[in-house]
Design a protein around this ligand. Structure first.
Ligand SMILES: *Cc1c(COP(=O)(O)O)cnc(C)c1O
Length: 413
């Protein structure tokens, strides 16, 4: 039996005993022959068929039928209601601490700005060098705006922030630390609980970016004492392109003052008062009119995560990334490709990155054939394995096509 046949047999076995296998059929295009392998669900999750119906109903009956009455009939409460539901099924957050709003970029700005204002007299902010660009850029802007210094945490190329490296980098002048739970390139999974403790022991506040965790990697925001977190909803929460983000503000921090003082975050939006007075509770972190159409699709995915269970989703995610690494080790041997994600499953999120000098051109050619991994600079092919919509056989199809493409473009020794 060839190595490929062996891997194929194993993929079918794994799919056969996967308790979540049936969920894949609920997604639009799961068996589209034009897309033999979608390995980019960590950048844009597939739509659920149920969301297609929901968006249609919202437009025809909600918007078209109820018109402006819709705001009083549920739309205004949706950001908090969805936040509570998301907190319950995926974040380990009790009610009244999560809200859906804005984009991740804007929420990062609002929470980071509120956090540094709550630590007057401290002048430094710690962020890791490999954090997602928007996180780094937002903090550069806040540092310039508030006269703060940024400290850049250096992290290994195939790793991420560790409690030890964070402990060595924080001090009595640190106001805030901003890190991603799952590193967007390497897939490294940080020890959220331990790092939060280290940061809080220094007197600083900790803001976690959960873009690559929410919906795939469980967290316990309440139990782990997390101060602040943000995440997006178009990755593993399948909210669709540009769907709004979410924020978590621990109940004990809800006196923080965020800088974008809009009417929706005010005490009485329809009182139209003079002088901004913030709302009590999580709503004060909202600013403007909530994006109702943008919040439609994520509702079905949040419900599905609740049904499947985030623990079972994590188990499948680990099985998928472990299988993907085995396939990479077998089929990409000799192509010059190097896996740059952590090998220990408990230190890995739901994606795996492979570096190869020909990654960029290979990805362009693969996309033309409907083999869709992600490309990330400088030379990484990222396999994002969304647990509810990805099968083991799909992983094999995708990685085998990547192997053939890279073998063709490998620099000859
Ligand atoms: C995807 C992602 C973002 C996206 O921010 P937007 O404002 O939605 O564009 C931010 N941070 C991280 C870590 C991400 O992975």
């Amino acid at each position: 039996m060839s190595a490929y046949d062996e891997l194929l047999g194993r993929s079918r076995q794994l799919d056969g005993k996967d308790p979540l296998a049936g969920y894949r059929q609920l997604f639009v295009g799961a068996d589209d022959p034009q897309v033999p392998a979608y390995l980019d669900g960590n950048s844009l999750g597939r739509p659920l068929q149920a969301s297609v119906e929901r968006v249609r109903d919202l437009m025809v009956q909600g918007w078209g039928g109820r018109l402006i009455r819709g705001w009083d009939e549920g739309w205004l409460d949706l950001p908090q209601q969805l936040g509570d539901e998301l907190g319950r099924v995926a974040l380990g957050a009790g009610p009244g601490q999560c809200i859906v709003a804005d984009s991740t970029t804007v929420l990062l700005y609002k929470l980071a700005r509120a956090a540094v204002a709550a630590r007057p007299g401290r002048h430094r902010v710690l962020v890791d060098r490999d954090n997602f660009p928007t996180d780094r850029y937002v903090l550069e802007g806040i540092a310039a705006e508030c006269g703060l210094e940024l400290d850049w945490l250096q992290v290994p190329y195939d790793g991420g922030a560790e409690p030890k490296s964070v402990r060595a980098a924080v001090g009595p002048d640190t106001a805030l630390v901003v890190l991603s739970h799952v590193a967007y390139r390497s897939g490294h999974l940080a020890d959220m609980r331990a790092i939060t403790e280290v940061v809080q022991a220094s007197g600083a506040l900790m803001l976690w970016d959960l873009c690559h965790s929410a919906g795939a990697v469980p967290v316990e925001l309440d139990a782990w004492g997390v101060d602040l977190a943000v995440g997006c909803s178009y990755k593993y929460l399948n909210g669709g392109p540009g769907a709004p983000a979410w924020a978590y503000v621990r109940s004990t921090h809800q006196q923080l003052a965020q800088p974008i003082q809009g009417w929706i975050g005010s005490r009485d939006p329809f009182g139209m008062e003079q002088g901004y007075q913030p709302a009590e509770g999580i709503r004060r972190f909202a600013s403007g009119t909530p994006p109702i159409i943008g919040m439609a699709a994520m509702q079905d995915m949040i419900a599905l995560i609740g049904r499947a269970g985030i623990g079972a989703i994590r188990e499948k995610s680990i099985a998928l990334t472990s299988y993907a690494l085995d396939v990479v080790d077998t089929l990409l041997a000799g192509t010059g490709a190097v896996a740059t994600s952590p090998r220990e499953p408990e230190r890995r999120g739901s994606h795996v990155t492979i570096d190869h000098p020909g990654a960029r051109t290979a990805t362009v050619r693969l996309w033309e054939r409907g083999i869709i991994p992600d490309y990330r600079n400088p030379c990484g092919i990222r396999l994002g394995l969304s647990p509810l919509s990805t099968s083991f056989e799909e992983v094999l199809r995708g990685v085998a096509a990547i192997a053939a493409e890279l073998a063709g473009s490998a620099p000859r020794a």
